[in-house]
Design a protein around this ligand. Structure first.
Ligand code: THU
Length: 133
């Protein structure tokens, strides 16, 4: 269940859109922004950072998560992701598995686009029958 108002969701999407402008996307020209709120209400952001060796490129979601972990984040409360897509962006499989590591049944993932359209998902919605140790 989301404990965010429509206004708060739209503000977080706007922040994700804003941060996406910092993305380093020299190859795909496809900026992505992520805003993460942790279990203590702290906010972290991430953008995709690409590389001439394409496989080294880092997605915005994983960038936000590793930044948050570096500052002590234990659980993702809310993760907002955005890109300039027709429908709300769909995170890659690697990012879904990466999110799972720091998600629980209360984690809310908000997929969005630059038009402020959004879709609210649980981790189970994004990665059913998932691999865990
Ligand atoms: N990308 C993300 O950062 N997050 C997503 O959810 C989808 C894809 C990035 C990876 C690459 O830099 C670019 O978008 C095109 O795939």
């Amino acid at each position: 269940m989301v404990n965010l108002s429509e206004k708060e969701i739209l503000e977080l999407i706007d922040e994700a859109v804003e941060i996406s402008k910092k993305a380093y996307v020299n190859y795909s020209h496809f900026p992505v922004g992520a805003v993460l709120i942790d279990e203590n209400g702290r906010k972290f952001k991430g953008v995709n950072v690409e590389n001439a060796s394409f496989g080294l490129s880092l997605c915005a979601e994983r960038n936000a998560i590793t930044t948050a972990v570096t500052d002590g984040m234990k659980k993702i409360k809310t993760l907002v992701v955005t890109g300039d897509t027709d429908k709300p962006i769909s995170p890659c499989g690697a990012c879904r598995q990466f999110m799972l590591e720091f998600a629980d049944e209360n984690t809310v993932i908000i997929l969005s686009n630059y038009n402020r359209e959004y879709k609210i998902c649980s981790m189970e919605d994004l990665l059913p029958y998932s691999f865990k140790l």
